[in-house]
Design a protein around this ligand. Structure first.
Ligand code: ZLS
Ligand code: CA
Ligand code: ZN
Length: 393
């Protein structure tokens, strides 16, 4: 009926938990877990579940979360209720200690369950890739790249990516982490600052004063000292407002191509934050679904085992479009997708017919002026090449 068949000898696994999507950060908060429901229903409308193995993500256990996060932090995260009575503790409240309960990282009903489901999906994905049951494993509910060992940050409480990469390191010697969310992947970078088995590479809007989190400058490449094997293993691609598909695609292929040549990763973890799309409520770029998906297509062509994570994305219908398109790319059915939205798509009213998939001329958002001079783009590529010379091969 859909013309979508299971690719022979190639396994894509899809990990989601419908319970996760029911959580709310609060009325005005930009993070809307129901964007996952919207994405999944569009993916289903195209018949894609027939071509992949679908799993309900487990909730991660306390012990699993403790592989990265501290007990202090987890214990507190597990006991806090919405709007807790502030308690006085030496040096401030626990909310202050762990950056919880502010407007970015509010305390909401079922917070601990939400976090353990997001982490559970990404851990399941990593295990399937480890035991070769999956060539590409998808965890759109994960990708929460800002969470720290003992601190919540930027809508992220538990760093499912760090936990998943720790799993991958049990069976693969070297993992390349790539982050195309519009924000800097600071939490993942920090977690692997001192190992040469993980190289991290984030593309992001960079403005140290006015754009979150303010880190990820071009010359931030990991602490440099002779005792740190992780030096030079953090790559940052700081960008300005309005970057286009063309520039971004050229940069991505150059930077990732050079990294792969030098670092020779054995697996890839790709965070596909959709807030780098044009028209995003928090984003600043001009990327279209086509350009965003091109990054996934390029990584797939490398032929390495891979996990695709979600991440940011604050204009829900565009998030659904991008992650649907990228699921199709993972399955290798992107050429078979009929751009006409199937009649029976739930929430069909969220999609304007002509806007759905990049096979039709679709422009997301009002184009912003491009503040990325070509000279700077070349400078970035040159700096990355110089950093890579320090990497052992
Ligand atoms: O990468 O910029 C900040 C920090 C502040 C400014 C905003 N106020 C509320 C807190 C202090 C300096 N935070 C960013 C976090 C962005 C996280 C991105 C996550 C990810 O995509 C991965 C999932 C930020 N930008 C925008 C907001 N916060 C923000 C916008 C609107 C609102 C509503 C709810 C809360 C308060 C009003 C809020 C936050
Ligand atoms: Ca990024
Ligand atoms: Zn983001």
């Amino acid at each position: 009926e859909y013309g979508i068949v299971r690719p022979k000898g190639y396994n894509v696994t899809f990990h989601t938990n419908p319970e996760m999507e029911k959580h709310h950060f609060g009325q005005t908060h930009p993070m809307k877990p129901w964007r996952l429901t919207l994405s999944k229903s569009l993916i289903m409308s195209y018949g894609m579940p027939y071509a992949m193995n679908n799993y309900i993500a487990r909730t991660a256990t306390y012990e699993e979360l403790n592989d990265y996060h501290s007990q202090d932090y987890l214990d507190y995260l597990g006991t806090v209720l919405p709007e807790p009575v502030p308690r006085d503790v030496d040096g401030g409240t626990n909310e202050m200690r762990f950056n919880l309960g502010g407007s970015d990282c509010p305390l909401f009903e079922g917070l601990y369950d939400y976090c353990s489901m997001s982490a559970g999906g990404s851990l399941d994905a990593a295990r399937k890739v480890c035991n070769k049951e999956s060539d590409i494993a998808i965890s759109w509910g994960g990708g929460l790249h800002h969470a720290k060992k003992m601190e919540a940050s930027g809508f992220c409480y538990i760093n499912d990516i760090v936990l998943a990469i720790l799993q991958l390191l049990r069976c693969y010697p070297r993992v390349l982490y790539i982050d195309i969310d519009v924000h800097h992947g600071d939490g993942v970078e920090e977690a692997f600052y001192s190992t040469d088995r993980v190289m991290t590479c984030s593309f992001h809007k960079y403005d140290p004063v006015s754009f979150f989190p303010g880190t990820g400058a071009l010359d931030d490449n990991g602490p440099k000292n002779e005792y740190n094997p992780g030096a030079h293993h953090a790559i940052n691609v700081p960008l300005n407002d309005g970057i286009t598909d063309e520039q971004y695609g050229w940069l991505f292929e150059n930077v990732i191509g050079s990294i792969v040549e030098r670092f020779r990763p054995s697996a890839i973890a790709l965070q596909c934050g959709a807030d780098s799309l044009a028209g995003d409520r928090l984003g600043r770029f001009n990327l279209q679904v086509q350009g965003h998906g091109q990054c996934v297509a390029f990584c797939k062509k490398l032929g390495l085992p891979m996990i695709l994570f979600g991440g940011g994305g604050y204009t829900p219908r565009n998030v659904a479009r991008a992650w649907t398109w990228e699921t199709a790319i993972a399955l290798g059915v992107d050429k078979k997708i009929n751009p006409v939205i199937p009649q029976h798509t739930p929430w069909r009213e969220h999609f304007r017919q002509e806007e759905l998939l990049p096979t039709l001329e679709q422009i997301l958002g009002d184009p912003k002026p491009n503040k990325n001079p070509q000279k700077r783009i070349l400078e970035i590529v040159q700096h990355v090449q110089e950093q890579l010379r320090f990497v052992q091969h």
